[in-house]
Design a protein around this ligand. Structure first.
Ligand code: PXP
Length: 243
């Protein structure tokens, strides 16, 4: 069974565009859960461009399912994550000028820092730490060595593939990476750019996906269908797969 976690960052993006109090990401999280989401994801960015510290506290209070706190290794953000005690902390790279997370974490370039971050998050009591990675075997093996519980495979290159051949080449990379991670005893999550059109292809080709994190496509559809319908539509696609 693949769990569906929904990223609600862009509800806060919309709210902040007008510096209003609505739409409320906490209410959105509640609607997502009512419509069948297994959990909620948010990314507390250093520039606080969408989710705020206050949102984090309110989400911790109100989310009933799995809470996934995406974060960089910046010390201030790490401290907030430790205090929040989500079920899952997902470490991602972060650059201020990017529109969204652009690639996986380069574990090999900063192995000691990532190892320390994983240890710090575990020691604080957070049960699961994931690393957001490109589907590169060396990165996955490094994640395993330094104590990650899970990897989140970056599906952006697949989602942005310009041709069917390129999409299939990316699916092959993702499938190999998922098999390797599974063999190494890591849980396999995936996300970035997954949508109603590309998810069925992803599901068909990439095994062992325990969890997907999907945001933009669901929130974009919700403008026209309402959030509950948009979540339910994705829920129908994210169904049991071969393990
Ligand atoms: N996973 C990670 C690590 C991300 O940074 C994002 C984007 O915030 C997502 C998943 C969700 O991507 P999307 O909004 O394209 O569904």
């Amino acid at each position: 069974m693949t769990r569906l976690l929904i990223n609600i960052d862009h509800v806060a993006t919309l709210r902040n565009a007008r510096q209003e109090r609505y739409p409320d990401p906490v209410r959105a999280a509640h609607e997502c859960e009512l419509a069948g989401a297994d959990g909620i994801v948010f990314h507390l960015r250093e520039d606080r461009r969408h989710i705020s510290d206050r949102d984090v506290a309110a989400l911790k209070e109100s989310v009933k399912g799995k809470l996934d706190f995406e974060l960089s290794m910046a010390p201030g953000i790490m401290s907030i994550c430790e205090r929040t005690q989500p079920h899952l902390a997902t470490l991602v790279p972060e650059r201020r000028e990017e529109i969204t997370t652009e690639g996986g974490l380069d574990v090999l370039q900063q192995v000691d820092d990532v190892e320390r971050a994983i240890e710090r998050l575990h020691t604080s009591g957070i049960p699961q730490v994931a690393l957001f990675l490109d589907p590169v075997p060396e990165q996955i093996l490094a994640a395993r060595r330094i104590g990650a519980d899970a990897i989140e495979l970056h599906t952006g290159e697949f989602a942005n593939a310009g041709t069917p051949d390129e999409a299939h080449a990316q699916l092959t990379r993702l499938a190999r990476a998922a098999r390797l991670a599974h063999e190494e005893g890591l849980l396999v999550h995936a996300g970035h750019g997954l949508d109603y059109d590309n998810y069925p292809l992803f599901r068909e080709h990439v095994p062992h996906i325990a969890e997907v994190s999907i945001g933009f496509a669901i929130l974009a559809r919700s403008l026209f269908t309402g959030l509950r319908t948009a979540v339910a539509d994705m829920r129908r696609l994210v169904q049991p797969i071969r393990e």
